[in-house]
Design a protein around this ligand. Structure first.
Ligand SMILES: NC(=O)c1ccc[n+]([C@@H]2O[C@H](COP(=O)([O-])OP(=O)(O)OC[C@H]3O[C@@H](n4cnc5c(N)ncnc54)[C@H](O)[C@@H]3O)[C@@H](O)[C@H]2O)c1
Length: 247
């Protein structure tokens, strides 16, 4: 087991990639906090992990809210005594072309992805610094590296996460904490429209050299790697697990 007894927070773990990461972490022996805006979804994922013999707790939390994040991290620390691993995975899409994008669409996407990642990072860092151990895994996107049409808010937020990752990696390395990012690609509720809508589906599929969408469970082992001691000397890196879309 690569994460035996590690205490891990996975945000946006109620479905999609986050749920797959929570399941994979639990299989590797971690005690997982399944965090999501949607309490019922988080509960369902945590219950399924426990039913399989794993250790998981569901926590409702809006990562865009500083007070929610502080309460969530305090609850995990109260239960397990510490946080070893943080996966900043929670995300939303509010697509619109630049000229039609509402201010609220811009603000909401930046608040969840970029500010939400900052909130969680800042909330767990003091404990990790004190114990001289931590693994932070952020989630970026091909959109943040290459740009994308109709998602200027999302691309900007995901590019911001690259800067956040590298700056935090430089600051926290001296404390034994690694900070890396993954640019995933997988069949989840978030990508349903571009996978199924005839206006988009062929165009998107053509961008993936492997010619198919991955199941989220295929992406999860990459998160396990960054969270594990196998990656103890790896920090500030961005790894694309997207079938070759970015290379
Ligand atoms: N699926 C892909 O191909 C793909 C590609 C690139 C990047 N990503 C990124 O991977 C991450 C996971 O994506 P996914 O496809 O699994 O998405 P998804 O929409 O299937 O799941 C996202 C989860 O995040 C939760 N969430 C949303 N806002 C939240 C908030 N404010 N606080 C807490 N939880 C919140 C949702 O309730 C949901 O359960 C996201 O950051 C996404 O941008 C996904």
């Amino acid at each position: 087991m690569q994460l035996r007894d590690r205490v891990a927070i996975v945000t946006g773990a109620g479905q999609g990639i986050g749920a797959a990461v929570a399941r994979a972490f639990a299989r590797e022996g971690a005690k997982v906090a399944v965090v999501d805006l949607d309490a019922e979804r988080a509960q369902g994922v945590a219950q399924a992990i426990v039913a399989q013999g794993g250790d998981a707790t569901a926590l409702a939390c809006n990562v865009a809210s500083r007070s929610d994040v502080d309460a969530m991290v305090a609850a995990v620390a109260a239960r397990h005594g510490r946080v070893d691993v943080l996966v900043n995975n929670a995300g939303i899409v509010r697509a619109a072309m630049l000229e039609k994008m509402a201010q609220a669409q811009w603000d909401e996407v930046l608040a969840v992805h970029l500010t939400g990642s900052f909130h969680c990072l800042q909330a767990v860092a003091p404990g990790m610094i004190a114990r001289r151990y931590g693994r932070i895994v952020n989630v970026t996107s091909a959109a943040g590296v290459l740009g994308t049409i109709g998602q200027i808010n999302y691309s900007a937020a995901k590019a911001g996460i690259l800067g956040l990752t590298k700056s935090a990696a430089r600051e926290l390395a001296q404390h034994g904490i690694t900070v890396n990012a993954i640019a995933p690609g997988a069949a989840t509720p978030m990508t349903e429209k571009i996978r199924t809508d005839p206006r988009f589906k062929d165009r998107y599929l053509e961008r993936i050299p492997m010619g198919r969408w991955a199941d989220p469970d295929e992406i999860a082992p990459v998160f396990v790697f960054f969270a594990s001691d196998a990656a103890a000397f790896v920090t500030g890196q961005v790894l694309a697990a997207d079938g070759g879309m970015t290379m």
